[in-house]
Design a protein around this ligand. Sequence first.
Ligand SMILES: NC(=O)c1ccc[n+]([C@@H]2O[C@H](COP(=O)([O-])OP(=O)(O)OC[C@H]3O[C@@H](n4cnc5c(N)ncnc54)[C@H](OP(=O)(O)O)[C@@H]3O)[C@@H](O)[C@H]2O)c1
Length: 296
Amino acid sequence: MRVMVVGGSGFVGRAVVSELLARGHAVRVLTRGTRPRVNGVEWVTGGVEDGPLLERACAGCDAVLYLAGIIAEVRDQTYDRVHREGTVRVLAAARATGVRQWIHMSALGTRADAPSRYHATKWAGEEAVRQSGMAWTIHRPSVIHGTGDGFLGFFERMSRWSPALPLVGGGKTLFQPVWVGDVATAMVRCIDVGASVGRTYDVCGPERWTLRQMLELVLRVTGRSRLLVPVPAPVAWCQAWVAETVLGSWKGRTPPLCRDQLIMLGEDNVGDPSALQTDLGWAASGLEEKLRERWG
Ligand SMILES: NC(=O)c1ccc[n+]([C@@H]2O[C@H](COP(=O)([O-])OP(=O)(O)OC[C@H]3O[C@@H](n4cnc5c(N)ncnc54)[C@H](OP(=O)(O)O)[C@@H]3O)[C@@H](O)[C@H]2O)c1
């Protein structure tokens, strides 16, 4: 099959593209062109806001995998623009060019009344997909880990030089971390499995961990000893505001933390992957096993 991947240049997208290639699919990737490009893929340069280009990008494809997403807003790249408007625009181009299948990357915690704008706009994107009339599947992962990730990878890099790691929200929030290779397998398998059409899957690892437990594991695996320091909410809020203003608005770079992320870090991020296991025969790797392969 010929598959168009929106967001195929990112951390998760690269794993998805390599899984697609391994399974013999022809791959086209839409990218704004700021990241490294791998061989064996047809690259189309542009963003989800480039209306006329989108039909050319979708033409001749059997399926679209939509992974475009942002964790923090930077200038005119808003959550709404990428998660909702981008989905609507690419869906229109896909329908106009006869694409039949749509596999959509959302996130765990997405719901109509979500307090964070990240989740609220992911919900609006999901709604557009559900109303599209295409053969759709929606994936909602918990936090994703693997080489190049911006979450556990961020704390690991910080632990190389810092004597302490911050426990935002006290470190009590629960996650169900899932390995990037397993996320890619789940998405790509849906292309061939009819039972996945019309389904919304929680994409989660086998265990639930608090943020504190995950950071303790990172330190254990890397053999480092660091203090874990709870950061009071008002302090984290001020740090996020400064990071958004200086890095996001002024320098045009993604800040390491933003206020919307703080809202999300205050909510447990766990789910039930059993539907994915039943429909796709999917099994997820444990966090400790993968962190030991990476840093052990
Ligand atoms: N990482 C996680 O823990 C996690 C958890 C749950 C859900 N997700 C979701 O998974 C998806 C991928 O996340 P990731 O961690 O791989 O993020 P990432 O590394 O930052 O990659 C984001 C991708 O989105 C593309 N993109 C962003 N804005 C775009 C625009 N205006 N037009 C076209 N493409 C655009 C980027 O392409 P270019 O920059 O090359 O244009 C890039 O390929 C996102 O939808 C995210 O919300 C991630």
